[in-house]
Design a protein around this ligand. Sequence first.
Ligand SMILES: *Cc1c(COP(=O)(O)O)cnc(C)c1O
Length: 220
Amino acid sequence: MLEENLKTISAEAEKHQAVLVAVSKTKSMDEILQVYDKGIRHFGENYADELVAKHIRLPDDIFWHFIGHLQSNKAKLIAPFVYLIHSVDSIRLLNELEKQGSKYNRVIKCLLQVHIAKEESKFGIKPEKLMDFIHESLKTKRRHVLIDGLMGMATLTGDEQSIRNEFRQLKLLFEEAKKLLPQISILSMGMTSDYTIALEEGSTMIRIGSAIFGERNSGT
Ligand SMILES: *Cc1c(COP(=O)(O)O)cnc(C)c1O
């Protein structure tokens, strides 16, 4: 664990009243516990099976975030306990989460993932399609799934202004979405390389992996 980084990032998050999610994908239980012992309670994972395995073995008071792409058939694995799913980008997944939430008699909180980066990606709702998506989602009443905000990833680039513009665009979309979804409260943006910019642009939740745990040597 990179303790100095953890302190700096926690302080930055706190200054902006943002939640710090420590992204622990590919990291061991011991590595996670070291960060847990420093007081961190929000952890994020990208793979459903890995998340389940860690949830079973690690302390009960951890808030588990799912931040990777979620296949509908994997939703049932994490539905009983997941705290927040950051990556909803289809009505089909919303429907599946409603079904699973109902089965476990809980409300599953999620964010809509918006594709703000220039890199090609199959995942995330296109910015110009977001309002249509929300309108479509509102046609069905779902009591076991709650859309609580938006998530986005900026382009991986050294060009700070372009990153800033993308986060700014997501913040504007958040304000726009709020007109239809007044309950939304979370804007999840910012990773190791760009979280300071994200916080300046209104992020309420940052997802930090390598700056806390060190570089990953496998996976993404
Ligand atoms: C891996 C990952 C992160 C953390 O990335 P770092 O650059 O290591 O901080 C954040 N968000 C998502 C969606 C990720 O997949």
